[in-house]
Ligand binder design. Structure first.
Ligand code: HSE
Length: 382
């Protein structure tokens, strides 16, 4: 099967290289921006691919919702299979692309969009057929894991850790998607769509690591905690799902503490299987390219879809998940947080809250920030 590649950046180069050696696959034209002349077999319009009868599948690794959606829809309508590593695209348009693919007898797979090289969505899509998925999630962003690990083990400050993650090709073109938790949120949205036939778009909550400081990390270490950014998804009753992202403080010895650098740890709990944990590189050229190639291999073996025909948009409800939080904020605002204990540290106070719901904590933080208060929060042991 000849595969056209849309995009020739970090992942596109990896996909193109891997296609040179993949069984049953062959590299086809590469769509590049006009003026970017160094790509092999380059074309500069999507029509050249749509109208090429020798192209059987298209791998989209450009990122962004447009023009990726228009290109994906066009190739699917031409009956060509479509695989993508693009989280933003699938979170925004996955249901539409799935419908177009099914209508035209073409495949639509996107396992590279969640977990990088970790085969999370494929396993989830198989498990859900025979087992009930009680919950899922984990460390789904390589950039922030790299940064938190570098801040803790190498003593890097936030800015240097981010620069390193960008230099190593882990971060999104706009790294705010990584550090705000949005990238991990999009990934848990996809996992909910695969596991529950429900792609949540309303009521989602994401807290990233933008406000963590070297002093916070040193404080966590002194208390035997490691900070990780975790995504969580589960059913929330009726048609709703719970889906959120937040930093979590984990006691030394918890499995997530052993996840270093750009690695991801994706897990699900099946009612019958119990917990299943998958770990591997969640970002970077070859790990992500390997997932794109895996999807193409699946198509050769007859697997065409990860989303069921009845997958629908859904609301998220994060009011039933409760735990205690660590909150660091200016001392004069201490009274605004329901504290179990509080420790004054110069101008700031480090509070451990009473158990509060995820939605309550995220809304409290939003209200305080709207009033100009700088704070960081993380769930305790999540
Ligand atoms: N920026 C993403 C990450 C790339 O760091 O996880 C892989 O999805």
């Amino acid at each position: 099967m000849k595969v056209a590649v849309l995009g020739f950046g970090t992942v596109g180069v990896g996909v193109y290289e891997m296609l040179q050696h993949a069984q049953g696959l062959e590299a086809g034209p590469v769509l590049v921006r006009p003026g970017k002349d160094d790509a092999p077999f380059k074309v500069t319009t999507i029509e050249q691919i749509v109208q090429d009868p020798s192209v059987g599948a298209v791998a989209e690794v450009m990122g962004g919702v447009e023009p990726a959606f228009s290109y994906g829809a066009a190739v699917l309508r031409a009956g060509k299979h479509f695989v993508t590593s693009n989280k933003a695209l699938v979170a925004a348009k996955g249901i539409e692309l799935n419908a177009i693919a099914r209508e035209h007898g073409a495949a639509f797979l996107f396992s590279a969009a969640c977990g990088g090289g970790v085969p999370f969505l494929h396993n989830l899509s198989i498990a859900r057929e025979s087992d009930e998925i009680l919950s899922m999630g984990g460390i789904l962003n390589g950039t922030t894991n790299y940064m938190l690990d570098a801040m803790q083990r190498l003593g890097l400050d936030y800015g240097d850790a981010l620069k390193d993650a960008q230099r190593l090709g882990y971060a999104e073109a706009d790294p705010r998607a990584d550090v705000s938790g949005l990238d991990a949120l999009r990934k848990i949205m996809l996992a909910c769509a695969v596991a529950y036939d429900a792609l949540p778009t309303e009521g989602l909550l994401n807290e990233g690591i933008e406000s963590v400081t070297a002093a916070d990390v040193a404080h966590f270490r002194s208390r035997g905690y490691t900070c990780r950014l975790l995504a969580k998804g589960s059913r929330a009753g009726g048609e709703k799902v719970s889906a959120y992202v937040e930093p979590v403080l984990l006691r030394d010895g918890a499995p997530e503490c052993a996840v270093l650098a750009n690695y991801n740890m994706a897990s699900y709990e099946g009612k019958c299987s119990g917990p299943i944990v998958l770990m591997g590189q969640g970002a970077g050229r070859y790990p992500t390219a390997s997932a794109v190639l895996r999807d193409l291999g699946c198509i050769l073996h007859g697997k065409h879809y990860m989303l069921q025909e009845n997958c629908r948009l859904a609301n998220a409800d994060n009011s039933r998940n409760e735990h205690a939080y660590y909150v660091r904020l200016p001392a004069e605002h201490a009274a605004e947080i329901p504290a179990e204990s509080a420790e004054l540290d110069g101008d700031v106070v480090r509070i451990i809250t009473k158990p509060v719901s995820v939605s309550q904590m995220h809304f409290m933080a939003e209200r305080l920030r709207a009033a100009g208060v700088e704070l960081f929060f993380a769930a305790i042991g999540g």
